[in-house]
Design a protein around this ligand. Sequence first.
Ligand SMILES: [Zn+2]
Length: 243
Amino acid sequence: MIRLEYVWKLSGHKFDNLEKSIAIIPIGSVERHGDHLPLGTDSIEASYIAEEVAKKINAHLFPPIWYGSSIYLQKFPGTINVNSEAFKQYTYSVLKEIARNGYKLIVVINGHGGNTSLLNIAAKEAAYDMNATYIIIDWWKDVGKEARKKLFLEPGHAGDDETSAMLYIEGEDVEMKYAKDYVPPYIPLVSVQSPIIENYLYPKAVLGGPTKANKEKGKEWLDNVINDIVNIINDISKIIGKQ
Ligand SMILES: [Zn+2]
């Protein structure tokens, strides 16, 4: 029988005797999130969601990858940026190795926008090299969309939404007295790669209205996110199970 396991806590003997099916791995960043949120926000949120999802579907939880690709906010103290190519290669290796250890479905809970394009390349290559299935979820935008729209007027990096989530998950590490809102007059709706535009969008490593955050909104949003992810995994596992 499959049940929730924290893979890094297992002895080799226990690991040998486990039936392997679904693996979940959180991936985040160590990056400046204004003056009020912890540097590890993206990894902390992704780890929380991954653990809650793993509990609901009895998946095996792998340890997180904390460091991500953070070139946009590299100029702010506290950001640890991993070179894009190195990040892609490293995540490719980790994702491929999880499949080689017997997992057919690997779910990546990604907590950081700078990782998205690289993670998708890494997962695509691993999927076809290993004949495995990878689900990559940008949890703050791919799922729980209606709740996010309903709950938050000024969402964004370290904004109302992300700050609310952190107040719920790890409120003791949030310093709301240092939260400051910043919403630029223009936000591009397409991909723009430009240090000038990034400077304009993130002069203080915040985009949105963190002063409007509270933990009740955070909980409601996260509950929706977790439910949506469980449904997606169930739908995809049914198809894989029939092959
Ligand atoms: Zn973040």
